[in-house]
Design a protein around this ligand. Structure first.
Ligand code: H2B
Length: 93
């Protein structure tokens, strides 16, 4: 899978919600009511990530989940990052 160009990335940024593009990755921060809710969403994201064989860089502190997506294999952004971002958007909407 090839890394997306800057133009392609800018086009795709309009297809996802609440993400920003920095340092060759896309980032979002999600806040939940409590740890249990945060962790249940993480579990659902984890299953989707495994199905795609594409995994987030993330950290969780109590009710806050910070996620960064990039494709390590190409050291940049690919279609897979935007596909997973859309799945995450759908899971939390
Ligand atoms: N996840 C992400 N985010 N980027 C990758 O390049 C990647 C991955 N590569 N998950 C996969 C696993 C690769 O390491 C395995 C061997 O297919």
């Amino acid at each position: 899978m090839k890394a997306l160009s800057e133009t392609e990335i800018q086009e795709k940024m309009s297809t996802i919600d609440g993400w920003d593009y920095q340092n060759n990755a896309i980032h979002t921060t999600l806040e939940f009511d409590n740890f249990k809710d945060a962790f249940s969403v993480m579990t659902r994201i984890a299953f989707e990530a495994e199905k795609m064989n594409h995994h987030p860089d993330w950290s969780n502190v109590y009710n806050t989940l910070t996620i960064s997506l990039s494709t390590h294999d190409v050291d940049g952004l690919t279609e897979k990052d935007f596909e997973l971002a859309k799945i995450i958007d759908a899971l939390v909407s």
